[in-house]
Design a binder for this molecule. Sequence first.
Ligand SMILES: *[C@@H]1O[C@H](CO)[C@@H](O)[C@H](O)[C@H]1NC(C)=O
Ligand SMILES: *[C@@H]1O[C@H](CO)[C@@H](O)[C@H](O)[C@H]1NC(C)=O
Ligand SMILES: *[C@@H]1O[C@H](CO)[C@@H](O)[C@H](O)[C@H]1NC(C)=O
Ligand SMILES: *[C@@H]1O[C@H](CO)[C@@H](O)[C@H](O)[C@H]1NC(C)=O
Ligand SMILES: *[C@@H]1O[C@H](CO)[C@@H](O)[C@H](O)[C@H]1NC(C)=O
Ligand SMILES: *[C@@H]1O[C@H](CO)[C@@H](O)[C@H](O)[C@H]1NC(C)=O
Ligand SMILES: *[C@@H]1O[C@H](CO)[C@@H](O)[C@H](O)[C@H]1NC(C)=O
Ligand SMILES: *[C@@H]1O[C@H](CO)[C@@H](O)[C@H](O)[C@H]1NC(C)=O
Ligand SMILES: *[C@@H]1O[C@H](CO)[C@@H](O)[C@H](O)[C@H]1NC(C)=O
Ligand SMILES: *[C@@H]1O[C@H](CO)[C@@H](O)[C@H](O)[C@H]1NC(C)=O
Length: 557
Amino acid sequence: MKMQVTPTTRTAAFLALFAHAAAAAPTTIKASDFAGSATADVYPPSGTPVNSELFPPESKVGFPGPTPTGVEPFAIQTAKAYPYNDGNANQFPLVIPQPHGSDSASPRFDSSKYWGNLAPWYSLRSSDYGLPDASPLVPESCDITQVHLLYRHGARYPTSGAAPGTFAQKIVNATKTGLAVSGELAFLSDWTYKLGAELLTPFGRSQNFLLGVEYRQLYGHILNNFTAARTLPVFRTQSQDRMVKTAENFAAGFFGVGEYQDQVSIEILVETPGLNNSGAPYEICKNSNVASKGSIGSTVANRFAANVFNSTIARLQSQASGINFTSVDIIAMLQLCSYETHALGYSSFCSLFSEEDFLNYEYYFDLSFYYNNGPGSPVAAAQGKSYLDEFIARFTGEYPAANSALNQTFDNSTTFFPLNQSIYADATHEVVVLDTLVAFNLTALFKGPPLGLTGNRRQNSFVASKLVPFATHFTAQVLSCPALQPTKQIRFIINDAVIPIDESYPGCPVDPNGLCSFDHVVSVLQKRSAEIDFDYDCFANYTASAGVDYNGRAPRL
Ligand SMILES: *[C@@H]1O[C@H](CO)[C@@H](O)[C@H](O)[C@H]1NC(C)=O
Ligand SMILES: *[C@@H]1O[C@H](CO)[C@@H](O)[C@H](O)[C@H]1NC(C)=O
Ligand SMILES: *[C@@H]1O[C@H](CO)[C@@H](O)[C@H](O)[C@H]1NC(C)=O
Ligand SMILES: *[C@@H]1O[C@H](CO)[C@@H](O)[C@H](O)[C@H]1NC(C)=O
Ligand SMILES: *[C@@H]1O[C@H](CO)[C@@H](O)[C@H](O)[C@H]1NC(C)=O
Ligand SMILES: *[C@@H]1O[C@H](CO)[C@@H](O)[C@H](O)[C@H]1NC(C)=O
Ligand SMILES: *[C@@H]1O[C@H](CO)[C@@H](O)[C@H](O)[C@H]1NC(C)=O
Ligand SMILES: *[C@@H]1O[C@H](CO)[C@@H](O)[C@H](O)[C@H]1NC(C)=O
Ligand SMILES: *[C@@H]1O[C@H](CO)[C@@H](O)[C@H](O)[C@H]1NC(C)=O
Ligand SMILES: *[C@@H]1O[C@H](CO)[C@@H](O)[C@H](O)[C@H]1NC(C)=O
């Protein structure tokens, strides 16, 4: 295939800059200070090939998934409070009211931290997982040489067929046969369902854009490697519309709107049933779609919910007739609180629920994710194996084998799967991020006994909203610290918390900064990959049940 070199306005801008600089300081700045210096801090140098033919856009790739749009947000008229920017950077410009039962004397309660995978991401601290002295900043006497990022799309509408739409239908039905609401529920008399499906919301766009801005600010310097090589990085995503938009918003934040098109190759891998794709392994892992294996978490989460909302149901029921609320409706209304806030900026559903309701809502998600895609799932490690193997490939410089959901057609060439980048960025779904953390054996994130099915939340370090919120991101830093350690080092970070690996990577020392020898970590990961049997876990007929820590792997018969 022919490389397309797209001349851009960069050259002109560069010349203009030079002309200006030369005029201002003719004796101190020479053309050679800019031109021909491969290591100059200008990314990308003019003339770097841009290859839009090999990396076609969404319109050419197809497979965008469903894309029903919702009603335009109108917070200026529908919100009960204005979104002043008073801090809370993780949720601006959303407005999140205080829960039911709180008064002005109650300490502020941020319910959005209890929304499981519907939470907006916020920074964790390394102390959350046992490294009180670690910072994501490069430790003193170290230099960073490489960064690997795996991140989730920002806030989206509900997926197709999710609980909120069914609840809306129930309201429509009840309205026809005589729904009467009062008090806290009065708003339901003229409430309508305004959400689309699947797509990123405006706030979701900002989360991925901001992540791009943040990562440019943190790691921009190591673009030098691409500058020196006169080559563009390949950042990857899936073909679903929100996934493409996620990668584009990230790239726009990282490189600039109107600039990223010429500064990064965005690789869009088709996501559809039956096709290999590391970012969507459930499309070929059969058992992940068998309820008794792939969604044992959903089952126990629903059972949990059926028992903890009775007093809330009674309170709301006393303000409505012509409808009978169930725990399924409560979960749907809690989700409407999350989704309407993300899509419309404000939701009247949020203040229906108490602090305790939000804690139960979080635990509902904790159960669901721990047993669907965490260590309690028999198919989590198998599904996370594709990214594990791709990371190992990038670590070792050797192309990965095909015994996972990865797509070898793309993973066998320097064009589509380069192994020498200083910066990697892959976008995916939250379930896959969690599967990947399990495949990486990062057991500090799941420390403690398996989650109790009726709610003993404090015995395990796993909290869904910390690991799988909108725009969650997992980062591997490769470092060189000659004054501390003779060999290359590596460490892992989740949403700004450095993860300790001394227990899960046998042979890694206890280290206050979460560091371990790169070569040793790679050998542990290779061992871990070898023990994950994709074919068995994804296709065999075994029996799995919630309540067990499987370390993400199917039980043997
Ligand atoms: C609403 O009514 C329709 C038509 O009777 C029915 O098919 C549907 O199941 C009802 N939906 C809900 C959520 O009650
Ligand atoms: C990576 O390797 C490819 C193929 O050898 C080369 O074209 C490219 O410039 C290299 N990229 C970097 C960032 O070193
Ligand atoms: C790999 O991906 C490409 C495009 O995304 C697709 O055409 C191909 O069928 C995939 N391979 C497999 C085995 O799924
Ligand atoms: C809550 O209500 C459900 C349905 O009526 C009932 O089966 C369950 O036992 C109740 N749970 C508690 C803890 O009261
Ligand atoms: C609600 O439940 C009661 C008691 O089971 C039943 O009599 C009534 O018809 C139900 N109402 C609706 C709207 O389903
Ligand atoms: C797709 O995945 C299956 C299962 O691991 C594997 O056997 C097959 O070789 C893969 N195909 C490609 C093109 O990667
Ligand atoms: C990469 O995969 C494609 C499709 O399976 C195959 O045709 C090609 O020969 C492979 N290239 C290498 C270098 O293995
Ligand atoms: C990037 O370049 C620096 C300086 O030349 C080098 O130390 C580092 O190893 C390079 N990183 C990669 C991933 O090649
Ligand atoms: C995974 O972590 C556990 C500790 O939580 C450890 O016992 C086990 O050896 C690790 N597995 C691998 C393959 O390193
Ligand atoms: C799986 O095993 C169970 C229990 O032995 C059996 O009832 C079921 O039919 C099997 N399912 C398949 C798809 O073979």
